[in-house]
Design a protein around this ligand. Sequence first.
Ligand code: HEC
Length: 160
Amino acid sequence: MPIQTRALVILGLLVTSGGAGCAERMHHHEAARPNPYVEADTRQAIPLPSSAGKEHRAVMLQHLESIQVIMNALVEEDYELAKGLTETHLGFFMHRQAMASQQPESFPPAYHDLAMAHHAAAEELARIIPTKDLKQILPQFNNVLKACVACHLEYKLRSS
Ligand code: HEC
């Protein structure tokens, strides 16, 4: 059985068994809001040569990994490490690296603005981490993630 079918069967079992409140809620939520990456996709496609697309995806996967190692440092209460990782992996330093390796002229100005907003949110997170106060750190961590999602809702890649 193909993997998607198997996943649907498992989901169906979870929902009908009534033992999976979370799966059920997800199901209802999905039904209420069309998926913005599939049926309600209004994203602008950025045409990139396939090598640049590959490079872009690698940067994105590194972003996700950075978010995870930063979270890990916070969990372990290593605030100095968390701050350093945030600055070097997500801050303006990273932006300069990205500009040097990608072709900035391939991206629309509004994309660049979203990238800058994301780096600015990361710089703000780095600034707040030394407070060691999760009540201040978590909202700023959330702002960084919001900046990731904001761009994902606006743009997608198209290899040419
Ligand atoms: C300025 C825009 C922008 C920002 C900011 C951004 N991304 Fe992305 N990201 C993209 C685009 C465009 C894609 C490609 C989506 C597509 O083609 O469907 C992408 C794809 C991804 C992917 C999928 C990679 C793959 O293999 O296809 C991951 C994971 C990802 N981003 C993580 C993140 C994380 C984590 C952050 C924040 C720390 C982030 N991104 C911030 C634009 C952005």
